[in-house]
Structure formats: C-alpha cells, structure tokens
Design a protein around this ligand. Structure first.
Ligand code: C5P
Length: 269
C-alpha cells in the first residue's frame, strides 16, 4: 500500500492473478430482475439483500438506459468476504453476461467505468488478466510475464469485512515494488515476492488470529515456496512449482477450512 486518497481510499500496488477456482454466473432473459443463489458457499449470502451481482445489474441498466430485466443465477463456490475478490469477480461476470444478454457490445473500458462504481477491484476482474493494479484499483498495467506455477488457497472460515481491515491498518506506507519483466519459474517468482509484503496482513491477524494459523499450515506443506495473505484476508495463498503439487498439498490442510489447490485460469493444469 503506497498512500491514501483524500476520500479515505488507500492507494495500492498489487499483483493480481486469476486462480482456476471460480463461482459461476448465468444471465437468462427474465421479465424483471431476479437472482437465484446456490452452491457450497451460498449460505452466507442469503442474508444479504443488496448482493453485488444485483447492484451490477442495476448499475449497468442505468448506465446503458435499458430496463433491468434478467434472470441471474450465481453458483457460489468461493467463500464470502474472504479477500480473494470473489464478490468482485461475480459483479464483473454479471456485467459481461448482461452486456451480452442486452446486446450492448460495450468495450472493456466502458464496462470498467461501471465496474469501478461497484468496487475498487471490480475493473481488474472485468479485464480478467494478470495485472499490476494501482490507484485504488482502477489503474491496470500488465503483470510481469508469469511462469507456470501451482497455488493453494486456504480460508480459515472467518469472514473478514474489507473496510474493517483497512481501518485497522497501521504503520508506514510502502514504496511501489520493483519487479522484473518476468520470471522463468515459480522458485524465481517466489523468491522475488518474498522480499515484498502485504501491508494488510498485520491488521487482519489482529482481527482474525486464524490467519496466522493458516499461514503456518501453508508453510508446513511440502513444496511450499511462499505463503502470504491474499488482499484484505482472511484467505491465504501459497505458491508451488506445479499445479499438481498444489492440488496434492491442499488435501493435507484441515478439512474444516475452505481449501483449494491448482493452477491459474487459462493455463494448462
Ligand atoms: O471498493 P470496495 O467496496 O471493494 O472497498 C470496500 C472498502 O475497502 C472501502 O469502503 C474502503 O474502506 C476500503 N478500501 C480502501 N482502499 C481501497 C479499496 C478499498 O480503503 N483501495
């Protein structure tokens, strides 16, 4: 994190990648706007009337001047409020699906404007490509070229609201990281990233001590090259040499936690 804007939002310097773990979004024609939610992580959303997917639909309908009519279905696989951008990705996917359903054909840049009004990290999810993210989330540059690597995600099943973690943040701001143009392999990437930190990690650990337990469990996994908290937590990630190594390693984590292992979206598994 590199500073703070006058409106209180924090200026970020983040590397964003897209793991091959995803919720599902479907948009079908409907007389009015509706949302059905199912899937293993749907429970936590039932109590939330103002789902980000519905907000995305209303925002796009208002911006495009079309009636907000669609039957949306969300299959929730990623834990809610877990710092891996699941809700932001759902909102971005809803924008894309509705852009197609309503025949808008908007370019990414126009969708990104609506996306930013929904949340700081929704634009990067519209782009859906590895990115170096700055500003409050709206400034996107290509990420260094990434090697094939494996990733484990683990969430200790504590929902951590993003604003609370930002509020609890303390300490000096960091300088933007200096990164190479790319990495040959996972070990080289992990060693460069090990020199950096997630400035929200200490605050998240105070609010949720289980973050420390999750990080310790990841570091104990054979083949773990680096373990860090993701975003504002409480999900933590670990980097492995290959997607298969990550898949196998994830099964050794406590089954009471949400856990996933694999590779990046769009890369060979
Ligand atoms: O924009 P989004 O809804 O994702 O952000 C949730 C909250 O996280 C904001 O209200 C703000 O408190 C905090 N935040 C921040 N700086 C950012 C992104 C989010 O302070 N760059």
């Amino acid at each position: 994190m590199t500073g703070r804007r006058a409106d209180g939002y924090h200026l970020l310097d983040s590397l964003v990648v897209f793991a091959d773990a995803a919720d599902g979004i479907e948009a079908l024609p409907g007389a009015q706007l509706s949302l059905a939610v199912d899937g293993p992580e749907a429970g936590a959303l039932e109590a939330e009337p103002d789902n980000l997917v519905l907000r995305a639909a209303r925002a796009l309908s208002a911006a495009a001047g079309v009636p907000p009519s669609a039957a949306l279905a969300l299959h929730k696989v990623l834990p809610v409020a877990s710092g891996i951008g699941g809700g932001s990705a759902d909102a971005a996917a809803a924008l894309r699906a509705l852009d197609a359903l309503w025949g808008l054909g908007w370019p990414d840049a126009r969708l990104a404007e609506v996306a930013l009004s929904l949340g700081a990290d929704v634009p990067v999810c519209v782009a859906s490509r590895p990115a170096r993210m700055s500003g409050v989330g709206e400034m996107l540059a290509p990420a260094p070229s990434l090697p094939r690597f494996g990733m484990v995600l683990v969430n200790p099943r504590v929902a951590l609201p993003t604003p609370a973690v930002f509020r609890a943040r303390d300490g000096a701001f960091s300088q933007p990281a200096v990164l190479p143009d790319g990495w040959e392999d996972a070990a080289a990437m992990a060693s460069d990233l090990a020199a950096l930190r997630n400035d929200l990690e200490p605050a998240a650990m105070v609010l949720c001590p289980a973050v420390a337990a999750a990080l310790a469990a990841l570091r104990d996994l054979p083949g773990c090259l680096l373990a860090r908290m993701s975003g504002s937590g409480a999900t933590c990630f670990a980097i492995f040499d290959q997607p298969g190594d990550a898949r196998r390693a994830a099964t050794a984590l406590p089954a009471v936690w949400w856990r996933w292992g694999g590779g990046l979206h769009g890369t060979p598994g």
